[in-house]
Design a protein around this ligand. Sequence first.
Ligand code: CA
Length: 543
Amino acid sequence: MNALRPALKILTASTEIKQQLRDNLPQRLLVKAVFMPILISLLISSCAYSPHQEEYKDPWPNGVMYEIFVQSFADSDVDGIGDIPGMTSKLDYLSNLGVEGVWLMPINPSPSYHKYDVTDYYGIHPDYGTLEDFQKFIKEAHKRHIRVIMDLVVNHTSSQHPWFRKAVASDTSSYRDYYVWADPDSIRNQIAKKKNTLDSDNMTQWHQAPGKKDYYYGFFYRGMPDLNYDNPEVRKEIIKIGQYWLNMGVDGFRLDAAKHIFPDERAQDTHLWWQEFGDSMRKVNPEVYLVGEVWGDATLIAPYLKGLSSMFNFDFYHHMDDLMKSEKDNGIIEDLIETQKKYEQVNPDYIDAIFLNNHDQNRLLSNVGGNVSKARVAASLLLTLPGMPYLYYGDEIGMLGKKPDPEIREPFLWDYDSKAKEQTKWIEGKNSNDNTVVPLAKQIHDPSSLFSNYKSLIHLRNDNQTLQKGNLEPLPLDSALVAYSRGYNGDTLIVINNVSSRSIRVGTPADCRCEPLFLTNDSIGLSDDILTLPALSSVVIRK
Ligand code: CA
C-alpha cells in the first residue's frame, strides 16, 4: 500500500523517513501524519514574529486580509464596546493566524453603530479611542508585518456632518454645492418623463431637507446625503482626507459604495474619479492598496481597475454560494479565469479580492446550513485560489449569523462565559454565543478545530509562492469535484475539493509524486494511485 505521505517539509527532506512511512504507516500514524503539519505550523508560527523586524520582505499584497468590525472585536476598557487599544492587544493573535493585512470597518466619528455615515473624516470615534491609539495600532501592526487598510466612506457623508448642516442652513453657503439638490418640481418632471407616473416610491432617493422646500439626493437613505463630485472642491477635500491618513501610515483604503459616485448612466465619470483619486494617493505612497466595492459582474467592474489596485469579486461570491448549495462544480474556475483575462486587459497588476462573506452578507457557516465540513471546503477553495483572499472576523471560529445586519456583526467569542476581559458586549450574540460556537480559547488548542484548519491553510499559502502567485488551470475530474492546478516557477500544486456529500475516487495525474500538503480530514486516502475523497473534503498535493 502506498500510504498517505505526510506533508512535513522537515520530513520530505529525509528520503529514508519518507520511505519508512510509506512502507509501514499504521492507521494511528496516519492520523498523526495529518495533524502533525498543523502542530508544526503552530510551533513555527509562534516563533515567527520578531518585534525588531521592521522591513517588509516583498511588495504586498501576497497574503490574506482580515476584516474587522472594531466595535465587536476586542474591548480594552471594559465598557463592552470594542476599541482600537483592544485591537492592538490582539495583533499577536492576528500575526499568529498569519494574516497580511487588516481592513478596519469605519473608525471615524459617526452617529450610527456601523459608522458608514461619517461626521468627521479626520477624527476617531470616541468609543474606539484616540488618534494616538490609532497611530500606536499602525506602528504595532507594521512591526508584525501586518498592513492596515481603512474603510473610506466618501460617496456620502452623515446628514449630521458640518458640511451638510451648513448646506441646509443657508442657500448661499459654500458647502451648498457639496451636495446634490433639486426642487420638487424638477424631480417630478424627471420622473414623469422616465416612468410616466408620479408614484411617490420613485422619490425615495430624494429627501426633503429639514424645514426647506428643496430635496437632496441620498442614494442609501436620508441620513446619508451623497456628495457632489461635479464640484472640484469636493474632489479636493476627499483627496486631502485620503492623503492625511496615508501620511499617518495607513497602507490603503477599502472604498465604500465606489459605484455610486455619479449616477449609473455616468459610470465613466465614476471611473475617472477613481483614477484621479488613485493617482493622488500613489503620489504619497506608490504601494498604496485600493480596493473598491462595486456590486456587479466582471464587465461592470473591470473599468474601475484603471485607477484602483483591486476590486471585490462579487461573481466569485455568488458562484461559491451556488456551488456550496448545489454540491456540483458550476464552472467556477473557468469563470475565474475569464474574469482574470478581462481584468488583466485593464490593469496587468490588479489583485483580485475574493471573499466568502463580509459585513454585508450572511455569515458563511449560516449560509451552508451550519455544516462545518462545507465551511472547511469553502475555506480550502478561497485560500488556494489566486488573488487576495478576505476573511471576515469570526470566520475562523465558525461564527454564525443571518441578516438583519446587526446579527452578522456580533461580538467575537474569545472565551466561554464572556470570561475574557476583552469580550465585547455592545450587543447580545443572538446567533454566535456559547451555545452555538466554540470560542477561540478552546479551538486554539484543538488541532482538529475549524480555527486550526484556517490557520494551517493560511500558513500553507504564506509558505508557498505557488499558491500566492501561480497560474490557475481547471482539472476536469468529476462533476462534484472542483479541481485545479496552480503553477509557478516549475512547481505545481493540485487542489481537489469534493463539494458533494458522496465519497469520490479519482486516479492521480500522470507523473505525480503526489506529496500531500494539506488535508481537511484524516480519511482522505491515496493508494495504488487512486485518491479517495470522502464527502466534503479537500486536499492540496504537490505534483
Ligand atoms: Ca471599549
